[in-house]
Design a protein around this ligand. Structure first.
Ligand code: PEP
Ligand code: MG
Length: 532
């Protein structure tokens, strides 16, 4: 039995035979023509590739369509096309020119600091590979799976997953890849267990071998012994039984045994996430992380943002959507906007950064106010530390209203505005803050980090970052008391709300709104339904 350790990219377990996908280039077989004709062939191949991508886009689920759209847009990217043109002029055949340019271009993307953008390198390679295969006259090398198996490869591309019957892929393990990569994102959406960054050593020996893959722990056992195999099969059986039980709770109203209604909301970062969450029975969106809109590397204007927020409202089907204004900085770095500071977690981030950049903040506030006229949209400010800062945010909102009034544009005059409680100072000053807003939302991820002075993303201090802490609980208690005194609702939207035991503890403390990632909704609902 060989134990392979990687990074967990999509939860779930699989037992089956491994099929290794080997994409070693078969070399160019075609005679290279003169540059002019190579260029013409290349341009024709791009057209065909774009047609194929448009077809894939149509067949993809709503959540995955963007991936193929992005690949199609990449094939129009002037920088990439220029690079390919140069290679052709230098005498390379079309296919070699594309392969070379794709490597250079993907390399550039991989060197970007932002993890999300880095993961897009695989999309560039995937789109270019499609053009190369057309130029080489090779049939597109798709995953051809005759029976269900665990797929192993250097890297898996988004088109691999969506072009194969879901039932044929039991699990995925890749030597490289990344958790934020689109292939991993699709795996999670489709519920396919996946492990990435497992190193290359196992690739040569895995093909055709039995294996047990654990997408929760990020590991695989090749040629598992009988005990390991039996343990996996037992866990799979238990998991299926639990899933079936939970599915029945989807439409059940979330109420404790004593009749207290608890609203289960979702943490989302796109309209697609919202659709999935509503499918899972969410009562609305408790946290829309709006800064994810900026991760594609450009800043959408007011109009684009307005359309985006309206589509989020539509996806929520009349349920409330709480949009957090851009929370940029520290762990949410956005190229070109985040400040270069020695200590970004304590620097110009979140609301501070927006207040310092009206050109960034005002269009967002205007877009939000306009969208709020179309449905139950609430606005929430992140990383507030003093009432003065909250007042500055409210003043900025008033400035946005004045601009819209002058423009004679429809917008919501009154909109619910909330404060995120994620700094100890905000919890300690909850009373004056409560007088200034319509609701509180406690961000336990940052509240824990700042209370314990332990970086939330540094594994070296993970032991100092407790999942449940008496100090944080004390701050939460103060926040709830201030909210109750002022008569405003309070929710928890940090990761801790997804922990059934902590969720129950929050409900007992008087918090009746919990917001979490959609996959945790049913498990938390079950815990609350069983609460005395
Ligand atoms: C939090 O800090 O708990 C929170 C919900 O915000 P984020 O994780 O996006 O910082
Ligand atoms: Mg936070």
């Amino acid at each position: 039995m060989l134990h392979i350790s990687g990074t967990a990219a999509s939860g779930g377990l699989a037992v089956g035979t491994v099929k290794r996908i080997n994409r070693a280039s078969s070399g160019l077989t075609r005679v290279v023509l003169d540059p002019r004709r190579e260029k013409a062939l290349f341009e024709a191949a791009v057209l065909l590739a774009k047609d194929e991508l448009a077809e894939l886009e149509q067949r993809a689920s709503e959540a995955d369509k963007d991936i193929f759209l992005f690949q199609r847009v990449m094939l129009d990217d002037q920088g990439l096309l220029d690079e390919i043109g140069q290679n052709i002029r230098a005498g390379a055949g079309g296919a070699a020119a594309v392969e070379k340019a794709a490597e250079v271009y993907a390399g550039r993307i991989r060197s970007i600091e932002n993890e999300y953008l880095r993961a897009r390198a695989a999309d560039v390679v995937d789109a270019c590979r499609r053009v190369v295969n057309i130029l080489d006259g090779r049939p597109r090398e798709t995953l051809r799976l005759d029976s269900p198996c665990i797929v192993a490869a250097d890297e898996i591309y988004p088109s691999d997953i969506v072009s194969v019957d879901r039932g044929m892929i039991l699990g995925i393990i890749t030597a490289g890849g990344s958790v934020q990569g689109h292939a991993a994102i699709i795996s999670r959406t489709m519920g396919i267990p996946a492990v990435v960054q497992a190193g290359e050593d196992f690739l040569e020996v895995c093909d055709g071998q039995p294996a047990a893959l654990d997408g929760f722990a990020g590991e695989m056992f090749l040629c598992p012994d009988d005990a390991t195999r039996a343990r996996f099969l037992h866990r799979i059986k238990l998991g299926k039984r639990q899933e079936q039980t939970l599915e029945k709770l989807r439409r059940a109203e979330c109420t404790t045994q004593s009749g207290q209604r608890v609203y289960l909301l979702a943490n989302c970062s796109s309209p697609e996430d919202i659709e999935l969450a509503i499918e899972k029975g969410a009562d609305g969106v408790g946290l829309l992380r709006s800064e994810f809109m900026l991760m594609a590397g450009r800043l959408p204007g007011e109009e684009e943002q307005y359309c985006y927020y309206v589509s989020c409202l539509a996806a929520a089907g009349g349920r409330p959507v709480t949009v957090r204004t851009f929370d940029i900085g520290a762990d949410k770095e956005v190229a070109g906007i985040s400040q270069d500071e020695d200590n970004p977690a304590l620097g110009v981030r979140g609301l501070r950064l927006c207040l310092a950049n009206p050109d960034l903040f005002q269009p967002q506030l205007r877009a939000l106010l306009r969208a709020a006229a179309k449905g139950p949209l609430k606005i929430m400010f992140p990383m507030v530390s003093t009432p003065a800062e909250m007042q500055a945010a409210l003043d900025a909102l008033e400035t946005a209203r004045e601009t819209l009034r002058k423009r004679n544009v429809a917008f919501a005059e009154t909109v619910e505005v909330g404060t995120m409680i994620e700094t100890p100072a905000a919890a300690l000053l909850a009373e004056p803050l409560a007088a200034m807003c319509s609701f509180f939302s406690i961000g336990t991820n940052d509240l824990t980090q700042y209370t314990h002075a332990a970086d939330r993303v540094n594994p070296g201090v993970a032991a100092y970052y407790p999942v449940s802490s008496p100090a944080v609980t004390q701050l939460i208690r103060m926040t709830v008391q201030a909210a109750q005194k002022a008569g405003i609702p309070v929710s928890v939207c940090g990761e801790s709300a997804a922990d059934p035991a902590l969720a129950a503890q929050y409900v007992r403390m008087g918090i009746h709104r919990l917001s979490m990632a959609a996959p945790s909704l049913l498990e938390v609902k079950e815990a609350i339904l069983n609460m005395e």
